[in-house]
Design a protein. Structure first.
Length: 264
């Protein structure tokens, strides 16, 4: 039997790792690292650094592989992601089959929490459910897997700005840039937005909304901006563009909160 750990490593600060995550790191024999190109090399370096920092008196190794490419400009988002996840499943099967021996423990280190806008759980679950032989041999060992939660970007964002995510007794939504570009949920006053590559918050700059925005949260490159959306929307857009140009990538999220909440 091979064991696969899906470990949430938090949102950019090595100290966001939980005790459970540190213990999981110290169980793994091999760590699978997906290379997303030179621009995102720092994300791979971060994973190596947390292993160096937290693993004690244990031999381990890294297995690197290029992450499958996908068209971020495609209008057929769902089918594009389905294809991406199918490609990732084939890659994960190869990595587990070729990179681990029977009885070993392998790990995928997931940014933030594996349960929030990440497909690693679904992919590994499909591999385990299908009973794939992993190396093409009949009778090859099956896999078991465990999920270790991590600190999400939305939790880190709220902590950095020293604000709660919801009003007293209220609800909030977690959504994507694609969704918020369509509409602000009518029955909610607080929305956390992730994966917004189009500056969708600008659509609401004429409304009485506060925004709490952060990029590269927990890292030395962290940027935080907060204020009335109408006052800071263009500042955020300019800062995002400059940061993306400087680093080659950006990872950001934000909380928008109406000051004229819908009536209960």
């Amino acid at each position: 039997m091979k064991t696969v750990l899906i470990i949430g490593i938090g949102a950019g600060d090595p100290e966001y790792l939980t005790v459970q995550a540190v213990n999981a790191l110290n169980r793994a024999d091999v760590f699978f690292l997906l290379d997303k190109g030179a621009d995102k090399e720092t994300l791979v370096d971060f994973r190596r650094e947390i292993c160096r920092r937290y693993i004690r008196d244990r031999d381990y190794r890294f297995v690197d592989a290029a992450s499958p490419e996908w068209d971020r400009r495609s209008d057929a988002y769902r089918s594009t992601i389905d294809t991406l996840n199918s490609d990732k499943q084939a890659l994960f099967e190869r990595l587990i089959g070729e990179g681990m021996a029977d009885g070993e423990c392998g790990a995928f280190l997931v940014w933030g929490d594996p349960a929030l806008y990440d497909s690693t759980i679904r992919i590994v679950e499909a591999i385990a459910r299908n009973g794939a032989s992993m190396d093409g041999r009949d009778g090859a060992p099956a896999i078991d897997y465990e999920v270790i939660p991590g600190i999400t970007a939305l939790q880190a964002l709220a902590a950095k700005h020293r604000v709660p995510l919801n009003r007293i007794g209220g609800s909030f939504a977690v959504t994507t840039g694609r969704r918020i570009a369509e509409d602000f949920p009518a029955d909610l006053d607080s929305v956390v937005v992730m994966l917004d590559s189009k500056d969708a918050y600008r659509r609401y700059a004429d409304q009485d909304i506060d925004i709490y925005w952060g990029a590269y949260i927990g890292t030395p490159d962290e940027i935080l901006i907060a204020g009335k959306l109408k006052d800071v929307a263009e500042d955020i857009a300019r800062t995002r563009a400059e940061a993306r140009e400087t680093h080659g990538w950006i990872m950001d999220t934000y909380l928008m909160r109406r000051n004229d909440p819908p009536e209960e």
